[in-house]
Design a protein. Structure first.
Length: 301
């Protein structure tokens, strides 16, 4: 272990010489880097484009919220060396990955904002204000927050109208690899906001879990909410569950709603889009009478 520590210290010393010592934090950051795809979303939503030096290597993935907003912006590989070479004055992350790089960057005096990994829409709303304050974009963050609150209020009015004439549906969330979720996750929260009961939560299951074929066969869901079924390249081993004939048959018989992965690839302010997607699916499937309430979409775009 000791030789590795010496090598690391030598590498840090070389970086410091190359960069001319520690990088001072700027009062108004204009050289911004985000370290993971959750943090990318906040940077893309709030920062001026010419202030964004680079986004994470996952910024263009199907599950990344800002994938359609990042054209022309560079990406980095997450290494401390690559980020130091960019000479940022602010680095934003959500604790998903590259934590070793975070510790190294902190030693060079770079300002680092940790928004934390979000498991709720409320956390995402608070993170929006935190990043807005760090970027000097408080007004933009508050405007986005007001828009989100307005959209959620409209969503709740729609759900209340549905429940006057329709029974609240129960559904199972399912990914191609068989990952599902019970109580206490942002998926469960989104389902509740859309007026949908979580079948696993009703069975007393908490957190993230995996569903077996036996459980599906014993109690097949009437409604399945799916995601991540697009863009399977490179994940062949993870998709075996959805390829099983029994799983296919159960899903074919259920009412299926697909939520785009980038609307809830992680928790965040953008979860309101997943709420709207589920409500729109209910309005489409449960009858034209439900479409009488105005449906607000597209705020913050």
């Amino acid at each position: 272990m000791r030789p590795r520590m010496h090598i690391r210290s030598w590498a840090l010393g070389v970086c410091a010489l190359f960069l001319g010592g520690a990088i001072p934090a700027a009062a108004d950051p204009n050289r911004i880097v985000s370290l993971d795809y959750c943090a990318d979303a906040y940077v893309l939503a709030l920062a001026e484009r010419d202030h964004i030096l680079a986004l994470s290597a996952d910024a263009a993935r199907p599950y990344a919220w800002g994938r359609d907003r990042m054209a022309g912006i560079a990406q980095h590989d997450g290494s401390a060396e690559a980020i130091l070479d960019l000479k940022p004055d602010l680095v934003i992350h959500s604790g998903l990955e590259h934590l070793k790089s975070v510790h190294m960057l902190d030693r060079f005096g770079i300002e680092i904002i940790d928004i934390g990994y979000s498991q709720s829409l409320d956390h995402g709303r608070k993170a929006l204000l935190k990043v807005g304050a760090a970027l000097g974009e408080d007004k933009k963050a508050r405007h986005m927050l007001a828009s989100i609150d307005g959209r959620l209020m409209a969503a709740q009015k729609q759900v209340a109208a549905m429940e006057k004439t329709h029974k609240r549906p129960s559904a199972l969330y399912l990914t191609p690899s068989g990952i599902t979720t019970g109580r206490g996750t942002y998926i469960d929260e989104v389902m509740a906001l859309a007026g949908i009961d979580n079948q696993l939560a009703e069975n007393g299951v908490d957190g993230w879990s995996s569903v077996g074929l036996e459980a599906l066969a014993a109690k097949p869901p009437a409604m399945v909410i799916t995601s991540f079924f697009q863009g399977r390249s490179g994940w062949n081993n993870a998709w075996r569950f959805s390829h099983h004939p029994l799983a296919k048959r159960i899903m074919d018989r259920a009412r299926r709603v697909e939520v785009p992965a980038n609307q809830w690839g992680c928790g965040g302010f953008f979860l309101v889009e997943a709420v709207e997607t589920l409500i729109a699916a209910r309005i489409r499937d449960e009858g034209p009478r439900l479409a009488e309430t105005a449906f607000i979409k597209g705020a913050g775009k």
